[in-house]
Design a protein around this ligand. Structure first.
Ligand SMILES: *Cc1c(COP(=O)(O)O)cnc(C)c1O
Length: 353
């Protein structure tokens, strides 16, 4: 049934291999981030088979679904107050930036007699999660150290997610210094110094990561072989391990310009159209905004023009394609990160693997 998504296991496996060997060379351990595929166990299985022993997800429900895997599970978004008890149950580690939340975790960890590890997040400029007052970070680190059921596992940072601030040598050196200052105060080494996500890979490859940093949380690069700083695909990786398939439900010659009085779209914006002529071959596929993200998707057939989409219809101009299509044919689309995430979230997309 369509729409569907398929996975080329060997291509994904190859991506994971390239990343693990690259990171190993630089003394970096990987936390495999599973949120891009809603922690689907058959995809996670490939991470596992390739030696990834830490899984990270921003949704507790996803971690719950990974219960069968004997790996260390990280909640990589600070916990909600309402889920702290479940964090103890389904995660071994969580990232945190609020001491009150850590106290709640300690409370439930005690009730369940299950110690929990925390990673304190430092905001180094992206203005997303993390302490910006580093004095407060040190004080919280000291306080966490004295909690009975919480282990201070390490510190981390996240960049290039909200303000798209780049991880530089300077930023990574700063994170290292913060780690050292905490170590001085608690009198022992931290196990984890987590230098960010796929955006830090480029710096790593060029030797710009201080030795103190020993972990990256990787999602996009494992799935697509893509680093996030220059948005390059790394050598020997595949960007098309996942492919979306949508069926043509209408095929007609239509004008490139609409006719009538133009109103505004759902965002209050008046749409504009490019005049490509009166008679263009248009295909409509049964897939929409509920199922994928057009901006981060490319058709396998480069002769296809994606014109736009609504909740359930994808409008294509196939006039310039060298292939001939018929009603009922399948159009293959290569999803990017957001698109993949939405496809896995959509219950309308068949996951046929
Ligand atoms: C999503 C996420 C990641 C993974 O990011 P990629 O760019 O996919 O590698 C890492 N850390 C945190 C905190 C995240 O939310």
């Amino acid at each position: 049934m369509y729409p569907s998504i398929t996975l080329n296991r060997e291509r994904l496996r190859q991506n994971v291999r390239v990343m693990t060997s690259l990171c190993r060379k630089h003394g970096i351990g990987i936390t495999g981030v599973t949120k891009g595929f809603c922690a689907d166990p058959s995809v996670a299985q490939i991470f596992f088979e390739e030696g990834i022993t830490r899984f990270g997800d921003s949704r507790l429900l996803n971690l719950k679904g990974l219960k069968g895997f004997e790996v260390e599970k990280w909640l990589i978004r600070p916990p909600m107050c309402c889920e702290t008890e479940n964090v103890i149950t389904y995660a071994d580690v969580s990232v945190n930036s609020e001491y009150d939340t850590i106290l709640r975790l300690n409370h439930y960890a005690q009730i369940h007699d299950k110690p929990h590890k925390v990673i304190l997040m430092a905001d180094l400029g992206d203005i997303r999660e993390g302490f910006t007052d580093y004095q407060e970070l040190f004080e919280v680190a000291r306080a966490v150290e004295s909690l009975d059921y919480i282990e201070l596992y390490g510190i981390g940072t996240n960049l290039t997610c909200f303000s798209f601030i780049q991880p530089t040598f300077r930023k990574m050196a700063q994170l290292s210094e913060l780690a050292e200052q905490i170590e001085e105060r608690i009198g022992r080494q931290l196990e984890i110094v987590s230098g960010g996500n796929s955006a830090t890979l480029d710096l790593m490859i060029h030797g710009g990561i201080p030795p103190k940093i020993n972990n990256l949380r990787l999602g996009e690069s494992l799935l697509f072989g893509r680093e996030r700083a220059n948005y390059q695909y790394l050598p020997d990786t595949f960007h098309d391990a996942f492919v979306l398939h949508a069926q043509i439900i209408e095929l007609k010659y239509k004008s490139s310009l609409p006719w009538g009085t133009v109103g505004v779209d759902s965002y209050g914006i008046r749409p504009s159209f490019t005049d490509r002529g009166e008679k263009r071959l248009k295909a409509i596929c049964a897939i929409g905004k509920q199922d994928f993200d057009l901006e981060t998707t490319v058709p396998v057939d480069s002769g296809i023009l994606m014109l736009g989409y609504s909740s359930d219809h994808l409008m294509l101009d196939i006039t310039d394609s060298i292939h001939s299509y018929h009603l009922g044919d399948i159009i293959d689309l290569i999803p990017g990160y957001f698109s993949l995430m939405r496809a896995f979230t959509s219950k309308y997309i068949q996951k046929s693997f």
